[in-house]
Design a protein around this ligand. Structure first.
Ligand code: AHM
Ligand code: MG
Length: 339
């Protein structure tokens, strides 16, 4: 008989166990996280067979069976929206794939405390070449009254108001990592039994690492301070912790996941063409800023904490610098005028 590892905890068991420490907890947040885990498993199945079926086609195209083909990012959007709509723990969603937020009509949804914002499939340009992609999500307590439909203000909250945030990385193994103020925990999908199981308890981001992640192709479009910092990363030697290693997958989930575990810094600065950079504050930057903050790291737009930015638009973009605390402190000395 196979030995039974008594310490194996599934995502559901873990979230329920966490509830016991919170007085008056209703279980609604655990329900929402369970829904996200379910959608992630469905998306994982399709990501895994993406090379085999016609799912990479453009939305609206037709496959060999004459069926409509949904692009994988639209499929992922439908799954995450669907499970949250059919669950009872979410009053509405906003997604990088949708022009506007969606408030759910059902009475149970309207009674929910939470709204969820997500990027259903980040880095989807990497699907065709079999490189890791991911889902990113942030959960907020709504500001509008329970019992009514969610409104725009529920979605336009500063990242510091998140009650939970997480991501799923569909990689060499599929992992779901989520943070609440209590900690950051990672769960690896056991494909054999279809369960996320706790594999990375209480993740802490090392204060220093030796990885920097940035799109070097844009180097000459970056501000002077950013260029100087990148050059300093390259000039480091053994006496000051170098040389740093450049690693850039072009899938933020995979890049930040690696840096979270190993220590490192990820940057998507503004460029002369796109002063606000590429990444979306609500769907990509805020969730990671929350996770890194709980894990002991931090994130800025080069001037202020990402988590303190008060959003004005659902799809607004921001420059993003995120990673190990010590490396972010070092970066600041290059970005702060007068230093
Ligand atoms: P997407 O939301 O359209 O997938 O774009 C976001 C992705 C991030 O995962 C990644 O860090 C970045 O785009 C890479 O952009 P670039 O190719 O400009 O370096
Ligand atoms: Mg994205």
């Amino acid at each position: 008989m196979l030995p039974v590892n008594k310490k194996v905890l599934t995502l559901d068991e873990f979230t329920l166990q966490q509830l016991r420490h919170i007085p008056n907890a209703t279980g609604e947040l655990s329900g929402l996280l369970r829904n996200i885990g379910l959608a992630a498993k469905r998306v994982n199945v399709e990501v895994n067979k993406a090379g085999l079926v016609d799912i990479l086609g453009d939305a609206g195209s037709v496959n060999v069976q004459g069926e409509d083909v949904k692009k994988l990012d639209i499929y992922a959007n439908d799954q995450f929206t669907g499970v949250l709509q059919h669950g009872t723990s979410c009053a509405g969603i906003a997604s990088e794939e949708l022009d506007d937020f969606v408030s759910f009509d059902d009475a149970e949804n309207k009674n929910s405390k939470y709204v969820c914002l997500f990027d259903p499939l980040d880095g989807s340009g990497n699907i065709d070449v079999n490189i890791s992609i991911g889902t990113i999500f942030g959960v907020y307590r709504r500001v509008s009254p329970q019992g009514s439909k969610a409104v725009k203000e529920d979605f336009l909250q500063a990242g510091t108001q998140q009650v939970a945030a997480g991501y799923v990385v569909y990689g060499s193994s599929t992992m779901l990592v989520y943070a609440t103020r209590r900690g950051v925990n990672g769960f690896t999908l056991d494909q054999g039994i279809g369960e996320f199981t706790l594999s990375h308890p209480n993740i802490q981001c090392p204060d220093f690492g030796n990885i920097y992640s940035v799109n070097h192709g844009n180097f000459f479009q970056y501000d002077q301070g950013v260029k100087e910092y990148i050059t300093a990363c390259q000039k480091k030697n053994k006496t000051n912790g170098g040389p740093y290693t450049q690693r850039y997958i072009g899938s933020m989930v995979a890049d930040v996941h690696r840096n979270l575990l190993k220590g490192g810094i990820f940057m998507y600065p503004g460029t002369t063409d796109k002063p606000k950079g590429k990444l979306r504050l609500l769907y990509e930057c805020n969730p990671f800023a929350f996770i890194l903050a709980v894990a002991g790291g931090r994130a800025t737009n080069g001037k202020e904490r990402i988590l303190d930015i008060k959003p004005t638009e659902l799809h607004q973009r921001t420059p993003m610098f995120i990673g190990s605390k010590g490396m972010m402190d070092e970066l600041d000395t290059y970005l702060t005028p007068g230093n």
